[in-house]
Design a protein around this ligand. Structure first.
Ligand code: AMP
Ligand code: GLY
Length: 431
C-alpha cells in the first residue's frame, strides 16, 4: 500500500515511524513532514490544509491510504473531498471533526445522549454571561466554543477572574470568532487521562490510556502548551474503569453520532477527568493526540496499517485486537526557548547521533528541519524523546539519560514527566 501521512509534527513522525515497519507499506509520503520524517519517508512541501494540492499528490503517487494528523486538515474537509473522489482516507469528515472544533456542539451532544460531562450553560451575550458568572462561586470553568490553540479554557479560581475571562472572549474578541460563543461549566476535581480509540463509525478499538503534561513547567506550573510530555499506560486505571470508559463514553459517543447522522471514522480522543473511579469528558478531539501518540505507538506491537485501513473502510471488525509490548513508555518533549509565546527557531540540534545508538529509545521530531547532515529547530515543540522500560522508573531513567545527550540553544523541558505515574502507583492519588 502506498501511504501518505498529512501533517508535520511529532505525532506524524510517530505515525510514519510505525507505518514504516509495516510489511504492507510499499511507499511512504508525508506532507509537509519535518527533518526527522524525511529520514524515513518522502516529504512533500504541502501544507496540511492544502486539500487540492494533496489531492493532486495522492493521484500522482497512486496513494492507497491517506492518514490525517492535524485537526486543521479535518475541519478543512480533507476527508469529505478525498472520499468523494474515491480515495481511502483515515479521519472523520468535517461534520465529525466538529466534536473538536465546537465545544458547544460536543457538550450539547453529550447532554442529549447522557454522556457524562460537567453541567454547563452556553452564552453569546456579554451582559447575560457576566450576570451568570457573578452569581457563581469559584471554582468553575469558562471556555471558548472554537479552536484557540489550547488557550481557550479559563479555570476560574477567584471571582474577579470569571468576569475577566468572559470579557476577553465576548467583548475583546481575543480569539475572534472562536470565542464569540462561550460555555461556563462546573469545575471537576480529579485526575486527567487521555483516552483514544480507533473507530469505523460503528465499533471502537481502544488504545492504551495515557497522561499528557500540558503545563510548561514542572509540577504543572506555568502557561499551558500543546503538551510537554506523556506516558502510557496510566497506573490507577484498572480493567473495570476502562470498560466503563469504553461503554459509557467511547462507544456511546460513536453510536450517538451515528444516530444523529454522523458516521465518525478515525480516532476519537476523549480528554477525561476521573473523579475517583468515575469518568467525565472534559473535551473531545477528532484525531491522535500530540504527544500522547508518541509513547502509545512506541508501545504498539501490532501492525498499524490494517487497523487504519479497516477504520477507513468501515470494517473495523476485521482488524482483530491490538497487541501491545509489555512495560511502559514515556515521552519527554524538548521545546524551543520562548515557547509557547514566541519560540526561537534556527538553532542547531546536537547529540542526536549519540541517542540513535541507545536501545529502547527513539527521538520523534516535531519542529525540525534538516539542512545537509545537520538538524535545526523550526518550531515550538522540537523533539519528543521516547523510551520504553519495564517499569515507570526504568523508562523515566532511560528517557532522561537520552535527553541529557541532546542540546540546542534555549532548550526547555520538564524534568518531572512520569512523576505522576510514580505517585499514583504508590497510592498517592493526585500529586
Ligand atoms: P479543554 O480545552 O476543555 O480540554 O480544557 C483545558 C484544560 O482545562 C483541561 O485539560 C483541564 O485541565 C482544564 N479543565 C477543563 N474543563 C475543566 C473542568 N470542567 N473542571 C476542571 N478542569 C477543567
Ligand atoms: N495533547 C493534547 C492534544 O493533542 O490535544
Amino acid at each position: 500500500m502506498r501511504t501518505l501521512v498529512v501533517g508535520g509534527g511529532g505525532r506524524e513522525h510517530a505515525l510514519v515511524w510505525k507505518l514504516s515497519q509495516s510489511p504492507k507499506v510499499e511507499a511512504l509520503f508525508c506532507a509537509p513532514g519535518n527533518g526527522g520524517i524525511g529520514d524515513i519517508a518522502t516529504c512533500v512541501d504541502l501544507e496540511a490544509t492544502d486539500v487540492e494540492g494533496l489531492l493532486d499528490l495522492a493521484r500522482k503517487e497512486r496513494i492507497g491510504l491517506v492518514v490525517v494528523g492535524p485537526e486543521s486538515a479535518l475541519s478543512a474537509g480533507i476527508v469529505d473531498v478525498f472520499e468523494s473522489k474515491g480515495i481511502s482516507i483515515f479521519g472523520p469528515r468535517a461534520a465529525g471533526a466538529r466534536m473538536e472544533t465546537s465545544k458547544i456542539y460536543s457538550k450539547e451532544l453529550m447532554e442529549r445522549q447522557g454522556i457524562p460531562t460537567a453541567p454547563f450553560k452556553v452564552f453569546e451575550a456579554l451582559e447575560e454571561a457576566q450576570r451568570h458568572v457573578r452569581a457563581l462561586k469559584p471554582p468553575y470553568v469558562v471556555k471558548a466554543d472554537g479552536l484557540c490553540a489550547g488557550k481557550g479554557a479559563y479555570v476560574v479560581k477567584e471571582s474577579s477572574e470569571g468576569e475577566k475571562a468572559v470579557k476577553e472572549l465576548l467583548a475583546d474578541s481575543l480569539f475572534g470568532e472562536a470565542g464569540s460563543r462561550i460555555l461556563v461549566e462546573q469545575f471537576l476535581n480529579g485526575i486527567e487521562v487521555s483516552y483514544l480509540a480507533f473507530t469505523d463509525g460503528q465499533s471502537i478499538l481502544p488504545m492504551l490510556p495515557s497522561q499528557d503534561h500540558k503545563a510548561l513547567l514542572d509540577n504543572d506550573l506555568g502557561p499551558n502548551t500543546g503538551g510537554m510530555g506523556a506516558y502510557t499506560p496510566v497506573p490507577f486505571l484498572d480493567k473495570p474503569m476502562e470498560e466503563e470508559i469504553n461503554a459509557a463514553i467511547m462507544q456511546k459517543t460513536v453510536t450517538a453520532l451515528r444516530n444523529e447522522g454522523v458516521t465518525y471514522k478515525g480516532v476519537l480522543y476523549a480528554g477525561l477527568m476521573m473523579e475517583g473511579r468515575k469518568p467525565f469528558v472534559l473535551e473531545f478531539n477528532a484525531r491522535f493526540g500530540d504527544p500522547e501518540t508518541q509513547p502509545i505507538l512506541f508501545k504498539m506491537e501490532s501492525d498499524l496499517l490494517p487497523i487504519l485501513t479497516s477504520c477507513a473502510e468501515g470494517r473495523l471488525d476485521r482488524a482483530g485486537g491490538i497487541a501491545w509490548k509489555g512495560g511502559v513508555s514515556v515521552c519527554v518533549v524538548l521545546a524551543s526557548g520562548g515557547y509557547p509565546e514566541r519560540p526561537e527557531k534556527g538553532k542547531v540540534i546536537r547529540g542526536l547521533d549519540e541517542v540513535r545508538r541507545e536501545k529502547d529509545v527513539f527521538v520523534f521530531h516535531a519542529g525540525t528541519k534538516k539542512v545537509g547532515k545537520e538538524y535545526y529547530t523550526s518550531g515550538g515543540r522540537v523533539l519528543g524523546v521516547t523510551a520504553v522500560g519495564e517499569t515507570y522508573r526504568d523508562a523515566i531513567r532511560k528517557v532522561y539519560s537520552a535527553v541529557s545527550c541532546i542540546s540546542f540553544e534555549g532548550m526547555q523541558f520538564r524534568k518531572d514527566v512520569g512523576a505522576k505515574a510514580l505517585a499514583l502507583q504508590s497510592g498517592g492519588g493526585s500529586p
